[in-house]
Write a protein that binds this ligand. Sequence first.
Ligand SMILES: NC(=O)c1ccc[n+]([C@@H]2O[C@H](COP(=O)([O-])OP(=O)(O)OC[C@H]3O[C@@H](n4cnc5c(N)ncnc54)[C@H](O)[C@@H]3O)[C@@H](O)[C@H]2O)c1
Length: 404
Amino acid sequence: MKNVVSVVGLGYVGLPLALAIAKSGNKVFGIDTNPELVNDLNSCKIENVDMKKFENELDLLVSNKLFSPVGDFEFVSKCSIIIVCLPTPLTEKGEPNLDILLAGLKSIKKFIKTGATLIVESTVYPGTMEEIVVKLFQDIDINLGYSPERIDPGNKDFDLGNTPKIISAFDIPTLNIMKDFYGQFTEKVHVMESVKAAEFAKIIENTYRLVNISLVNELLQIGNALGVNVRSALAAAATKPFGFQLFTPGIGAGGHCVPVDPVYLEWKVSTIDKSLSKVLTAAIQVNNEMPNYVCQKVKDLIPSGQAKILLYGISYKKGVSDTRESPSLKIRSILKNEGHFIYWFDPNIEEYDDEKRVENIYDFDLVIIMNYDKTLYLDELMKSNIRILDCTGLANKSNSIYYL
Ligand SMILES: NC(=O)c1ccc[n+]([C@@H]2O[C@H](COP(=O)([O-])OP(=O)(O)OC[C@H]3O[C@@H](n4cnc5c(N)ncnc54)[C@H](O)[C@@H]3O)[C@@H](O)[C@H]2O)c1
């Protein structure tokens, strides 16, 4: 059955989702409070370079009126399905910040019609739907569901269509509506009857990544202390065809998900029994300390004085322009505070913090490679005599290169 749908929040999660829903023949209103974004999308322009690839699709879907970007929540009243893709960041104190999600839900509540299905896709801690969302909508007769988003920006192999989609709801009729709906644009739907378990599943996925990234970064530090090459040891361990998955050391996990979602879980656990989250807490701590470890390495290379340092890569991972929770930017502020002159280059970012990327990358005392992205300059850099601190272990050069 085709529906009229609202997707609320047109960022990394919401925009590709809205386009996929519209492409499958549903009429979609994309609601976002950023007027510039709404204007751009209506002019079929995507400023975010990570999502530029959707421009042709956007053009087609806006022209044939299957996708309408709007700034007003009143369009919710026309919809039988409303999907919420709003950010769930941390507060300054490092605790879950549901303010944006709640503001969006309250705006939706003003216009949602009886019998509509409201689905949250934002990442939340287990129990959020039951404890907060159900209560907020208890005086209205609507269906509530939860379907965590798994999109991985920059991933060329997996997208919304071929990544199994977890769906959950508080009753079977809502699950059936969701199954029919998501089945229109995803190859595989994984049905869960517990909403809390679906919320937990999403956080488990990212906790698994954070714990393994922190473990391998701890092994890196242990290897360095023992005087043994951890990358060669890891490559050897990875020849085992079972029971081992390779994670590679680096500057730490960044982005809006991997370093953030485990903190949501840790916070929730702390409301019950803090002592239950030992590994989780250690992983968060190791990750938070990685920028300091990188800066200590810089200190080993430049024991005194101020140096002119280039950071190669300021996004949180290679191939994207997203700088949220980027360890590279934490390294930038520590080194700046230590008095060094810090410049940056990133193949996917031209301007950050009112500062343009440098285009001459050869005039530095030290270049720190944060993300290994061969798109621009890296080959030339490897041929130069500039001192390089490679945090990825991927750069291949015999002279003047130091590994994290
Ligand atoms: N980025 C990812 O790779 C990813 C992957 C899986 C899950 N998630 C989760 O999905 C959720 C959304 O993340 P994102 O990365 O897409 O966020 P984002 O910041 O890219 O996009 C959010 C959008 O919401 C808009 N917005 C903010 N407040 C609003 C409001 N009150 N009403 C309407 N629009 C509003 C913003 O203008 C922005 O365009 C988060 O919970 C995140 O943890 C993100």
